[in-house]
Design a protein around this ligand. Structure first.
Ligand SMILES: [Zn+2]
Length: 265
């Protein structure tokens, strides 16, 4: 197991335990901030960089809370997340069908903005539930453990279908959810003869396209794999500060950006 994989699993379990204690107190933006804080702490060990670009209010307009770049050398993939917290009592994602004043669903903004940036729109779910429920376990690399779904991911297009059918309960959403560690370590979806199976963004892309989206890898590979933009390049060199972050905020169009580079420090 690579180091990053283990770290992502630990964070998921930490998120689960945190919500077990404080689900009635913690709000969704707070959980996102605590997750980013945990990622900041990994900066000493891994090449992970996080910056804030937009305010919370601006983030609710773009539909994306967080942009994550998984990169290798000068290329990589961009994932745009909308975060949603499970109501641990009703076992529903009560805010899933959120729409802003223009009566447009947040999910549509998320998908449209991602398309413009050749990014992958995903939901990031913050989960905790007590008691036993049936889990349609979908990770092909690790065995079932509900704490690994503390941070879970799903394709925004699949969530859009649920929203349109007014479905927002956990049992349905779990049928399209994967532990978030699959983003960095699910090798169960990579073609074993593939020469790039060990390169982080390529491995991740195989999982995203084949598992999350259930699409044909050939057509999707090209469109999502892209040259990293200037602000990501600058983040790698620590050239982004509070002042020039302002210049890029419209281009970024998300509250936070994290860049994960495929190398250990
Ligand atoms: Zn997996």
């Amino acid at each position: 197991m690579n180091g990053l994989c283990e770290e992502f699993q630990k964070l998921s379990a930490k998120g689960w335990d945190m919500l077990a204690k404080g689900h009635h107190i913690l709000s969704e933006p707070t959980i996102t901030e605590l997750l980013l804080l945990d990622l900041l702490e990994l900066e000493d060990k891994y090449s992970i960089h996080t910056r804030k670009f937009n305010s919370y209010e601006e983030g609710t307009i773009t539909g994306a809370d967080w942009e994550l770049w998984l990169i290798h050398d000068k290329g990589g993939i961009c994932i745009r997340f909308q975060a949603k917290k499970l109501d641990s009592i009703t076992l529903r994602y009560e805010e899933l069908d959120y729409s802003n004043i223009k009566s447009k669903f947040q999910v549509d903004r998320l998908i449209e903005d991602a398309k413009r940036k050749n990014a992958i729109p995903l939901y990031l779910f913050y989960n905790y539930w007590s008691g036993k429920i049936h889990i349609p376990w979908k990770c092909r690399s690790f065995s079932e453990d509900k704490k690994l779904l503390g941070y879970a991911i799903a394709d925004a297009h699949k969530i859009k279908k649920f929203i349109e059918s007014k479905i927002k309960n956990l049992s349905n959403i779990l049928t399209v959810s994967y532990p978030w560690h699959c983003l960095v370590c699910c090798e169960g979806y990579v073609d074993s003869t593939s020469i790039d199976k060990l390169i982080l963004p390529k491995k991740s892309l195989h999982f995203i396209v084949k598992a999350l989206m259930r699409r044909d890898i050939k057509s999707s590979n090209q469109e999502f794999y892209q040259k990293i933009p200037d602000y990501v390049q600058m983040m790698l060199h620590h050239d982004i500060n509070d002042k020039n972050a302002e210049i890029y905020k419209e281009k970024v169009n998300a509250r936070y950006v994290t860049v994960v580079e495929d190398k250990k420090k």
